[in-house]
Design a protein around this ligand. Sequence first.
Ligand SMILES: C[S@@+](CC[C@H](N)C(=O)[O-])C[C@H]1O[C@@H](n2cnc3c(N)ncnc32)[C@H](O)[C@@H]1O
Length: 274
Amino acid sequence: MSDLPLIIHFHGCPGRDEDVALAASAQFAISNFTKPLAPAFNLLCVLSSVIANLTRLAFEPPQPMVEDAINGASIWLGRGSMFVLSEAQALKLLNNATRTRTSGLSTLVDVGAGDGEVSRRFAHIFDERYATELSASMRKSLSSKGFLLLDTDSWWQGQSFDCVCMLNLLDRCARPRSMLREARSAIREGGVLLLALVLPFKPYVEVTTDHKPEERLPIAGATFEEQAASFIRFMKDEIGFELSSWSRTPYLCEGDFAQAYYWLDDSVYVFTPV
Ligand SMILES: C[S@@+](CC[C@H](N)C(=O)[O-])C[C@H]1O[C@@H](n2cnc3c(N)ncnc32)[C@H](O)[C@@H]1O
């Protein structure tokens, strides 16, 4: 039982060092789990990923190399949900920056939304909620939560938003600089960018062959504070965003048999276009 081959990715996003720790701890947890149930759990994981893949092959055109089997399995099992901000915390951060709309609908777009669990905690304070996501299984989950899906390449064209969310996306997308410029052009007058970034910064991109981003972010320094300061400078000098408020929060991932939850250090910012 101790060599049960179970690999758990942190939020279905391989590459973070924590994956290794999680895989080890999950293996340990399973090895200590009651013997009759452990193979059943493993079989359930395999079956759900097979079903996710067969469904995808049957109903959808081929997708880029996204971790859809793992994503599908965790969504199907209802595991691995993430948490960054409660509604009250989001409102506190956003309040400094957002104006109250006197007319029209307020709109939010969550770019790289994952399964939508992080932004759904506060997305309902906006009248219209949009999302983009590369992963097909995540897109299904987003639709079921009431997000309207936009195209990953053109979401920023021809429409503007009161709040653009980019939560834990910049270290996982191929062109983070372009993403930030697109966000800037898509924010309405008086609107904001709500951004979360795991520090220390360790980019890992699923869709590039070497898993490196095509564009580099100039985040310097060794500590959380140095890297946050360097990122804020870059946002002002090169992208044209002023910092309005920020916080340091745990990026929580629902746990397993060994531990109730796992966490990374998230820096969360509200930026306004200059
Ligand atoms: C670490 S997850 C973050 C998910 C969620 N925002 C959160 O905070 O938990 C990064 C997500 O970004 C998606 N992603 C990466 N590049 C993208 C792109 N160019 N457009 C849309 N989504 C992208 C990935 O598929 C993945 O689900």
